[in-house]
Structure formats: structure tokens, C-alpha cells
Design a protein around this ligand. Structure first.
Ligand SMILES: [Zn+2]
Length: 83
């Protein structure tokens, strides 16, 4: 089972020169494909995919909405599931 419904990410860098997304944009992960590409519904409504090794992003904590760091919210388990 993959739990992507609650995963939030913040864009740090994209190699895509055509997107209007800028660093700091945030979105919700809707799908991760078998190549590891994150398909993200960005908060501005666009759907740029994030490519491992090309794009850089940070996972956001499902509870506090800030960049996820180990132990930032003790009630969020390893899967990012709020309890
Ligand atoms: Zn947190």
C-alpha cells in the first residue's frame, strides 16, 4: 500500500525550464510512478512531475506543514500518517 494522499512537497529547484512554478511552490503528491517520478498537484493547479536526479524538493510534514525533519512532530509516524 502506498500512502501518497497526504504527502506534501515544496519545490526547491526544477530543471524544467517551461514551468511557471518557482522555488517555494507547494503541492500534494498524487502518484509516484515506477521510475520514482512524483506526480504533484501544485497549489496553483499545475501538475508538473518531479524527476529524481533532476529536480529538488522537500517533503513537508503532514502535521505542521513545514519541511519534514525527523522528530519534528512526534505524533507523525514514519509513513507520514497523522494519527
Ligand atoms: Zn511537523
Amino acid at each position: 500500500m502506498t500512502d501518497t494522499a497526504s504527502r506534501r512537497v515544496r519545490l526547491i529547484f526544477t530543471a524544467d525550464g517551461t514551468t511557471r512554478l518557482v522555488a517555494g511552490s507547494e503541492g500534494t503528491v498524487i502518484h509516484v510512478d515506477d521510475r520514482g517520478t512524483l506526480h504533484v498537484l501544485w497549489d496553483d493547479g499545475s501538475t508538473l512531475g518531479l524527476l529524481p536526479h533532476y529536480d529538488v524538493w522537500a517533503e513537508l510534514c503532514a502535521r505542521c506543514g513545514e519541511v519534514l525533519v525527523p522528530g519534528c512532530c512526534p505524533t507523525v509516524d514514519a509513513d507520514g500518517d497523522p494519527r
